[in-house]
Ligand binder design. Structure first.
Ligand code: NOJ
Ligand code: CA
Length: 690
């Protein structure tokens, strides 16, 4: 057996199991990552409060930080604790993604499980499991069932992250009126208030750490509240019902994660979040297809058409046919149609009572259109805007999904437009209650939608979602989501997305998982002709830089007809990858990513900058040495600048080989996109057939 094939078959190896005798206890428990880069130590302090420490290459990264909980019945698990036992395991496996940034993912970690036991009172036990990778740490609490801890109401999670080295943070506020659609702030870590995760920091000596969580199932999201100095505390999103989380033991919490890398790009390369999620629970998911799509969407955001009925109604049969024809002509699989169903005419924002998910507007012939699309090799993409009213939505969910399944609509975009905390639901007594978009109720709701959709072979793309915590591994039909400021802010946002926005997203929000950012607005104009702060080449680069297995070509069809040459890149670029590498990047400044097509030998490069012009040198070490490639280059024109000449683009070809050095010149607000295609590659053959 070779090393790598062996790796596949190595499962759990129990290394040590050290149960303490009845009254015995361990002073501490430690574990190191496979390459001995990170070390964890669990101890109890002088007051017998449990704590953990993280050290990297001998340097303390996380100073002693608390572990524990407060419960709504007044009990607490945080003092009078001893480490009663510990066990260690090693694991090194490789698994295959059905779709993703890379096909094979190595999952290589050492695990430490400690049992924390109370020395007085009810003598309850809780386990903490640490998985330590060379590029990060995940830990979670496991609640064994026991008489004194069966029905569990969590009032507070006490987990802390006391960051030792001085650091700068990139973050968005949590617990405010919006959900996640904020511009990123860059501040000293010691000035963070309450932040969503992923939150990324860079220490003064250049180490990068991203805080997040993995496998957020039937639990409330973790916000990070700065307590003092650089000490952060887990702050669970609230709930209307008292406990922030109500569960019955046994259960496990989500993993609290830290991705840790020398470079910003190292964070993007980390598979920690996916690795900490459970394997695919859906079985055969070959029906989940990555794709590109267009939609009756941007016209509404530009206010050229309406979601609601009337003379400017966007979702008419005729208009939809026009989009289907355009999709068929240019090779897009999907056509999203918003505003097709009854309910948009009143004050739909944060209301949702009126939405029907089965009744189309009279000028939208759903049955005819799905048949028409099918004849043209195109699929309609369903749309369920709930306005955050999950009571109304859940009541209709089976019928709504059955309708789509019957008509061959195999993906649906959902939406939860309502201010944060404005999710309308009903409690067990049928009383209306309001919840947070990222509380336990919504973590349950989303998995209900995703699993109900999976039963009908429907993929889900959630807007105004709960944050991504890698659940796509377990439920591969949860293909994408929003959860940050997307392109729509360039239509009407005040301010619009600034040039640094996407270079912030890559190293923060995107660490969580795919985003339906909806790039490709080649007109570079929002509502009323206001400028988008980007060059045209950057719009193309975003298809490589911002990962999603479904990517929209967001602009109006007529705008694509005005820019056929750059549009060619959008038509060519795939959305499913065999491999991904980050060639360079700094948070909020610039980034260059290359990805290999999963279905051909082609590679694609996307490079973006903020408001500053940059010259970046990249070595084409990723190319196959046995091939020569044609680089189809879409670069900022020599005079390009997002303020003055955003449309200036140069499109050229050259022959390249592995090891060649390319100089990427990015204009202010600019970018560059390259397709590397090899004569023997299938991608090229397809091009030749066109
Ligand atoms: C907000 C979503 O992000 C956007 O894509 C959608 O068009 C509107 N809600 C209406 O559902
Ligand atoms: Ca949105």
């Amino acid at each position: 057996m070779t090393g790598s094939s062996l790796r596949k078959y190595v499962a759990w190896i129990a290394v040590a199991l050290l149960p303490a005798a009845a009254s015995a206890q361990l002073e501490h428990a430690t574990v190191a990552s496979p390459g001995n880069i990170l070390q964890i130590e669990v101890t109890v302090d002088a007051e017998h409060r449990p704590q953990y420490t993280i050290t990297r290459r001998g340097q303390q990264i996380i100073a002693p930080s608390r572990l524990g909980f407060l419960f709504t019945n007044g009990l607490r698990l945080e003092r009078n604790i001893v480490i009663a036992s510990k066990s260690e395991r090693r694991s090194d496996t490789t698994w295959e993604q059905p779709w993703g940034e890379r096909r094979y993912v190595r999952n290589h970690y050492n695990e430490l499980e400690v049992r924390l036991s109370e020395t007085n009172g009810a003598r309850r036990n809780i386990d903490v499991v640490f998985r330590v990778y060379d590029d990060g740490v995940g830990f979670r609490y496991e609640f064994p069932d026991q008489p004194a801890l069966h029905e569990v109401g969590i009032a507070e999670e006490l987990t802390e992250f006391a960051v030792a080295p001085r650091a700068t943070a990139w973050w968005i506020p949590a617990g405010e009126w919006n959900r996640y659609e904020y511009l990123y702030s860059k501040t000293p870590l010691a000035e963070v208030g309450q932040a969503h995760t992923p939150m990324t920091i860079r220490t003064d000596d250049g180490l990068h750490i991203a805080f997040h969580e993995a496998a957020l199932v039937d639990f409330s999201s973790m916000w990070l509240r700065r307590v003092d100095g650089q000490r952060l505390k887990a702050q669970l999103a609230p709930s209307s019902s008292g406990p922030k989380v109500a569960r019955t033991a046994p259960f496990v919490t989500p993993w609290r994660t830290l991705q840790i890398a020398d470079t910003a790009g190292g964070l993007v390369m980390s598979d920690l979040i996916l690795n900490l999620n459970e394997p695919n629970a859906l079985g055969d998911v070959s029906w989940v297809e990555p794709y590109k799509y267009i939609g009756i969407w941007w016209a509404m955001h530009l206010d050229l058409a309406t979601w609601g009925s009337g003379p400017r109604h966007g979702a008419t049969t005729r208009n939809t046919m026009r989009y289907i024809d355009f999709a068929a002509k240019h090779g897009f699989r999907g056509v999203l149609v918003e505003g097709w169903n009854v309910g948009w005419d009143g004050d739909w924002f944060a209301n949702g009572d009126d939405f029907s998910f089965t009744q189309p507007y009279p000028d939208f012939d759903l049955v005819r259109l799905t048949a028409y699309a099918k004849r043209k090799g195109v699929r309609l993409i369903g749309h369920h805007e709930t306005s955050g009213n999950i009571a109304n939505y859940e009541a209709q969910l089976p019928a709504a999904l059955d309708l789509y399944a019957r008509l061959g609509v195999d993906s649906v975009k959902t939406g939860y437009v309502a201010d944060a905390g404005g999710i309308k639901t009903k409690n067990a007594r049928g009383e209306t209650r309001y919840e947070w978009h990222d509380g336990q109720v919504m973590s349950r709701h989303h998995l209900k939608v995703v699993t109900e959709a999976a039963k009908r072979k429907i993929a889900v793309n959630t807007h105004e979602p709960i944050k991504d915590t890698g659940l796509r591994r377990t439920y591969p039909n949860w293909v994408s989501r929003e959860g940050a400021r997307g392109m729509e802010y360039n239509a009407w946002g005040v301010p619009p997305n600034p040039p640094e926005h996407e270079a912030n997203l890559v190293f923060t929000r995107m660490l969580a998982g795919p985003m339906d950012f909806t790039p490709g607005v080649l007109s570079l104009t929002g509502k009323g002709g206001r400028p988008i702060e980007s060059t045209i080449a950057k719009q193309l680069a975003l298809y490589v830089v911002i990962y999603s297995p479904i990517q929209m070509a967001a602009d109006l069809p007529e705008n694509y007809e005005r820019y056929p040459r750059p549009f060619q890149f959008i038509k060519d670029v795939p959305t499913d990858w065999a491999d991904t590498q980050v060639l360079n990047g700094e948070i909020g400044d610039f980034v260059t990513i290359v990805r290999k097509d999963r279905r051909s030998d082609d590679w694609y490069l996307g490079s973006i900058t903020d408001e500053e012009a940059r010259t970046l040198e990249v070595t084409l070490d990723f190319l196959d040495p046995a091939r020569t490639y044609t680089a189809q280059i879409y670069r900022d024109g020599d005079d390009a600048d997002w303020r003055t000449r955003p449309h200036s683009i140069a499109i050229e070809s050259r022959r390249v080989r592995r090891g060649d050095v390319l100089t990427l010149k990015l204009a202010p607000g600019g970018g560059q996109a390259i397709r590397f295609t090899s004569p023997a590659g299938r991608g090229t053959r397809l091009l030749a057939l066109r």
